[in-house]
Design a protein around this ligand. Sequence first.
Ligand code: FE2
Length: 219
Amino acid sequence: MEGFGCGFQRLNMLRAEPGYEVVQLLVGNMQNFSYIISTEGICAVVDPSFGGRIISGEVRRRKLTVEYILSTHSHFDHNHDNEILVREFGAKVCAHSRSPIDKAVAIEEGDSLKLGGIQIRVFATPGHTPDSVCYVVPGGIFTGDTLFVGTCGRADLPGSDPKSLFRSLKRLSALQPDTIIYPGHDYGATKTSTIEHEKMENPALQQRSENDFEQFVLG
Ligand SMILES: [Fe+2]
């Protein structure tokens, strides 16, 4: 995988609810976002992507340990460096039970993970892939390749299902308007957004029917 691991590009400390902190890292050359969610000396990493070494350095600098790797789906650009954090911190990879990736915790719709005092809820959001999940934290959601700022994940890949993606996006639309969206790629005008903003600006959330949505995503 030479050529993909070009490492850290940007690190932003993001606004988060009291009780935890989110660091966003732009890694690799596919505009992937990784996230470190930290609280009480521990953290979870959402999609290490190609950022394993830089994440490891940042985690050590903050004197944290990685409890979980939260995988949003099985595409390699999101999971490339999982093994680095497993090896260095004994992190447990969490992924949907349908996911083919190596995992310690098989998760399902409605499951809850505890990170210190923070509850992380699992939304199964199939569509981009059958194993796509979003992780809901107080005030925010990590959307992987299901929802981006200004658009949504591709639905024309092997295993994609536009109708499922439409239903998954409807579900995200129903979250509290001020919920912060932490997307899996840097594809938008901003690095994060909110449900309210995306409902106003993102055409992927404005399609009225499964058929309309199918036309929108498949052209
Ligand atoms: Fe993907």
